[in-house]
Design a protein. Structure first.
Length: 166
């Protein structure tokens, strides 16, 4: 039996409500991040990608496990992926956030990915303001590798949205 994907905004909102209750800084990345920037869901999503304040790693993991998530991939300190049979996958990326709003995320080889402060923004999706990765960051993150069909689709939607001047 195939594992559930996060295909409905209601499932997305369950997870965002949890993140908001924890009082931590976070931003939606990946396909959901693009859909949030565009203001509508354009495709089904396998997972929810979250960049977050790494000081909350243990608190976030405990909260996710408390509602029935379990870890399927543990590449700490870079990322962890968790699965819930009804809510699907969540892929969490702890970050060290600087006072100026920039951030860095550990890579698998002991180095760091660095993110400028303008990589982080928010957008309105389904009447809710949601922190997300900026259009500039999405475009950068979708470069330098062979894009999958879903990535090309996301970038087409984002670029069309930007061309409209929104």
């Amino acid at each position: 039996m195939a594992k559930k994907e996060i295909t409905k905004k209601e499932d997305l909102f369950v997870l965002l409500d949890l993140l908001d209750r924890l009082g931590m800084r976070y931003w939606v990345d990946g396909g959901w991040g693009v859909d949030i920037l565009v203001g509508r869901q354009n495709r089904e999503h396998r997972d929810l990608d979250i960049n977050f304040d790494g000081q909350f790693t243990d608190i976030l993991l405990a909260a996710l496990e408390e509602i029935g998530y379990y870890i399927t991939t543990d590449w700490r300190p870079c990322r962890m992926e968790l699965y819930h049979p009804e809510l699907g996958y969540i892929d969490i990326h702890p970050m060290v956030i600087a006072d100026d709003g920039s951030a860095k995320q550990a890579d698998l080889f002991g180095g760091w990915y660095k993110f400028a402060a303008d990589y982080f923004t928010s957008a309105v999706f389904a009447g809710r303001t949601i922190p997300c990765i900026s259009a500039k960051a999405q475009q950068i993150f979708h470069s330098g590798y062979e894009l999958q069909e879903k990535d090309r689709f996301d970038m087409q939607n984002l670029n069309a949205h930007l061309a409209k001047g929104k």
